[in-house]
Design a protein around this ligand. Sequence first.
Ligand SMILES: Nc1nc2c(c(=O)[nH]1)N=C([C@H](O)[C@H](O)COP(=O)(O)OP(=O)(O)OP(=O)(O)O)CN2
Length: 159
Amino acid sequence: MEETYYIRLSKERFVFSAAHFITYNGDICEPLHGHNYHVTAEIHGPLDENHYVVDFMVVRDALQKIVDSLDHRMLLPLEHPTIRVAVEGEEVHVEHGARRWVFPCQDCVLLPLANTTAELLARHIANLLLEAMPGISPKRLCVGVDECDGQWGNYEIRS
Ligand SMILES: Nc1nc2c(c(=O)[nH]1)N=C([C@H](O)[C@H](O)COP(=O)(O)OP(=O)(O)OP(=O)(O)O)CN2
């Protein structure tokens, strides 16, 4: 029998309210809209000298910073094949086909993603979480992003 330990952080305050639009089925582009995204993280690994997988507080604080950095922002994908995102002075200019949007830079987060789906947001948050916890290399890290009350996109990375 194999034993595993893992921690899960799923706090009510891991929420960011953000605007986005995605494309799907080729070139169909959603209207701009918002979600109250909920985030969870699960970390698997052996116990350390404290009998922790990882200190809850370390993960909690790192995840909270990431969540806060996305809160009250327009989420924009930098790697989308047909949504063009360009910073011009203090503004972000966005184009998709004949549609155009202009946002103040401070209201936007430009993400290295091909689309702002819940799945890709989960991957992005997982990568930020790993970067924020140097020295911690979990056996498995799972991040979940809930777009709207029970529609989760999940990402898992194993070492
Ligand atoms: N696997 C995925 N499927 C979909 C995603 C996604 O990220 N991953 N995203 C969407 C859209 O963003 C869409 O906005 C979600 O639509 P909907 O569920 O209708 O969300 P609402 O906020 O409008 O919620 P209501 O329950 O309708 O109020 C689609 N699919």
